[in-house]
Design a protein around this ligand. Structure first.
Ligand SMILES: Nc1ncnc2c1ncn2[C@@H]1O[C@H](COP(=O)(O)OP(=O)(O)OP(=O)(O)O)[C@@H](O)[C@H]1O
Ligand SMILES: [Mg+2]
Length: 180
């Protein structure tokens, strides 16, 4: 399966994604995080933050996730992926059966307060022109497979909630599925 975490910068996608990766590995399941920052340092280093480049970045990540899934590896994608059309395309590439859209639903005010990368401060100073939620729209998923909150929750609680929700879908891999 592919877990596709979408949300604003600072929402907690990477944090939850890496915690989840640990949960899967502890359960003996191969999982790999495809994180926006890491991807932008390599696979997508030729791309910027225009809507077109964001679309291409999401497409490439989806193609890699598909390959991982074909190899039996859980892909955990942590990408702002602000546009619904790009997430829809990712679902089409990966296959609806395998694609789990997870909305890391942290309000903009909380993300700006956290400002883990200093991006919101830079935006306030006018030093940045493409920040999602400030200069560019964030289109929240209308019907995410899962919504996770990170407000008043520890990282462990947020990750546990996602892991518990997707665990039933892993049953066939673990050999627990009823035979039919
Ligand atoms: N329950 C929680 N789940 C996830 N993160 C949390 C939670 N509570 C607090 N945080 C904090 O919120 C911040 C989230 O930052 P993180 O880098 O994960 O965001 P992101 O969504 O990956 O942003 P970006 O799109 O810029 O990469 C971290 O500092 C993390 O410690
Ligand atoms: Mg991140």
């Amino acid at each position: 399966m592919t877990l596709w975490l979408t949300g604003l910068s600072g929402a907690g996608k990477s944090t939850v994604a890496y915690a989840l990766e640990g949960r899967f590995r502890d359960a003996g399941i191969s999982a790999l995080v495809l994180d926006g920052d890491a991807v932008r340092a390599g696979l997508c280093r030729d791309l910027g933050f225009t809507p077109e480049d964001r679309a291409e970045s999401a497409r490439r990540v989806a193609e890699v996730a598909r390959l991982l899934n074909e190899a039996g590896v859980v892909a955990i994608c942590a990408l702002i992926s602000p546009f619904a059309v790009d997430r829809k395309r990712a679902r089409d590439i990966i296959g609806a059966q395998r694609f789990i859209e997870i909305f890391v639903d942290t309000p903009l005010a909380v993300c700006a307060e956290r400002d883990t990368k200093g991006l919101y401060a830079m935006a306030r100073k006018g030093a940045l022109g493409s920040l999602t939620g400030v200069h560019q729209a964030y289109e929240p998923p209308a019907a995410p497979d899962l919504r996770v909150t990170t407000v008043d929750q520890t990282v462990a609680q947020s990750a546990d909630r996602v892991f518990a929700a997707v665990q039933p879908r892993l049953a066939p891999n673990l050999g627990f599925a009823a035979t039919d």
